[in-house]
Ligand binder design. Structure first.
Ligand SMILES: C[S@@+](CC[C@H](N)C(=O)[O-])C[C@H]1O[C@@H](n2cnc3c(N)ncnc32)[C@H](O)[C@@H]1O
Length: 320
């Protein structure tokens, strides 16, 4: 099975699925059965699951219609073994009820944005392209990044950029954003925001990341509420696994990985409450065996071939 993934994964629309071989092994996809790919994206991981066994089926969820359509086209050759659903994976229970599915053999979530989203100029995820400041993965609903920056107070913007972007100059950037707003000038496009950040904190030197990188990441996480209810989703996913069913989660951000690590710990029965509490309130109950004592990270060849994989961390568990 390993050789089939060629070490660095398959390329599709410039997108390489991250930690592909490791994920397929963790899911034990060669056993076949029904898997839910909660972040189907361009279908890279889904395709590898389908290839791992002729008895494998995938229910693929994504909140991005554009990605889902590309995945549908790519995986059409697998016929009814692949089904696509436009939804937020935090609605997993509803999606499975609608599909009349109770239990599944595996659940995968490869969190964050796809290369398609980052590299589509019109989506507004990147300061490399002039585009409306949107950043919504699901363009059919919710608030855009421009609307969010128009609504939040200076303190809220600073906290958001500091927490989600780990940006040390968050206050200076937030002040510049609010001053621009007070002058009646809207931040409508990606380049409006990138130039404002450059004016506020300087252009930085060429070897460092662009000064807008962290702010853009923070805004994307906030616009898509990426960390919200991630713990609840993991509990629900485990409830839908059959016995010995597998859960695999790939995260790209330290806050995200911390939530995954702690929630898996709770699901393995280890209480995460502060030691001074007289009684456990975190809901720790032994439902899974953790399969990754340490998160699995990409090796050097993968990072060299796909620099975006460098912050990826894979964690997995098996239902008891
Ligand atoms: C890193 S990409 C997945 C790439 C995919 N594994 C592949 O091999 O092509 C993440 C995808 O998850 C989707 N996504 C992120 N958060 C989501 C959520 N809460 N519900 C549904 N889809 C989500 C994004 O729209 C994006 O297409």
């Amino acid at each position: 099975m390993t050789a089939a993934f060629g070490g660095q994964g398959l390329l599709h629309h410039g997108h390489r699925p991250v930690l592909l071989r490791e994920t397929i092994e963790l899911l034990a996809a060669e056993r076949g059965g029904l898997f839910v790919d909660c972040t189907v994206g361009l279908g890279g991981h889904s395709e590898a699951i389908l290839q791992a066994s002729s008895g494998a089926q995938v229910l693929g969820i994504d909140r991005d219609e554009e990605a889902l359509e590309l995945a549908r086209q790519r995986l059409a050759l697998y016929g009814s073994r692949f089904r696509a659903v436009h939804a937020d994976f935090r609605e997993l229970t509803r999606v499975l009820a609608t599909a009349k599915v109770r239990q599944v053999r595996g659940v995968l979530a490869d969190l964050g944005v796809s290369s398609l989203q980052l590299d589509s100029p019109q989506r507004g995820f990147s300061f490399r392209y002039e585009a409306p400041l949107d950043m919504r993965m699901d363009t059919s609903s919710g608030e855009t990044a421009a609307e969010l920056l128009g609504r939040l107070s200076e303190v809220e913007i600073a906290n958001l950029i500091f927490e989600y972007g780990e940006e040390p100059r968050s206050r200076r950037i937030a002040r510049a954003i609010v001053q621009q707003r007070q002058r009646g000038q809207q931040l409508a496009t990606t380049t409006d925001l990138a130039h404002l950040i450059e004016r506020a904190v300087g252009k930085g030197n060429k070897r460092r990341i662009h000064p807008a990188t962290r702010t853009f990441q923070a805004l994307r996480i906030a616009v898509n509420a990426e960390l919200e209810n991630l713990d609840r989703f993991l509990f629900e996913a485990v409830d839908h696994l059959e016995q010995a069913g597998r859960l695999a989660i790939i995260s790209f951000h330290s806050l995200e990985d911390r939530i995954v690590k702690r929630t898996l710990s709770r699901l393995s029965g280890k209480c995460q409450c502060p030691p001074r509490l007289p009684k456990c309130i975190c809901g720790a109950t032994k439902k899974v065996e953790i399969l990754t004592r340490r998160a699995i990270a990409p090796g050097e060849p993968e990072v060299a071939g796909n620099p975006r994989s460098r912050s990826a961390k894979l964690r997995g568990a098996s239902k008891i």
